[in-house]
Design a protein around this ligand. Structure first.
Ligand code: FES
Length: 131
């Protein structure tokens, strides 16, 4: 039997049934100044948001396994400082990129949350080459 409490829809693993369906927005800034803003569910990554919305310049070739760097992006202040620190695999992958900057991140490693609503990421001019 459904009760008011049990009928609340939740994303798998979400602790808060109300916040679990919020949709933070992400703005992608392209070389040349074009910008596009999309929403994605809490728990999706910046890469997921980019792929779901066909954002040019973000490929996500390994599907978010932190194994390709084709989701490379730049995160400007104050957002950069709010992100969890890079993991070892992310640091290693970013180390191979010619286009790496101090604010480089892999989009698949940025998990969207309510706190990141309004996040702005810059799409690199050059997508890393992968076989
Ligand atoms: S999608 Fe491959 S490293 Fe992010």
């Amino acid at each position: 039997m459904l009760t008011a409490e049990s009928s609340l829809c939740t994303r798998p693993g979400a602790a808060d049934p109300v916040a679990s369906w919020t949709m933070p927005s992400v703005t992608f800034l392209h070389p040349g100044g074009r910008r596009e803003t999309h929403e994605a569910p809490v728990g999706d990554s910046v890469m997921d948001c980019a792929l779901d919305n066909h954002v040019e310049g973000i490929r996500g070739q390994c599907g978010g396994a932190c194994n390709c760097s084709t989701c490379h992006c730049y995160v400007a202040s104050p957002w950069f400082e709010q992100l969890p620190a890079r993991g070892e695999a992310e640091i290693e992958l970013l180390g191979y990129l010619e286009t790496r900057r101090d604010n480089s991140r892999l989009g698949c490693q940025i998990v969207l949350s309510d706190e990141l609503d309004g996040l702005i990421v810059e799409v690199p001019e050059k997508i890393p080459a992968r076989d």
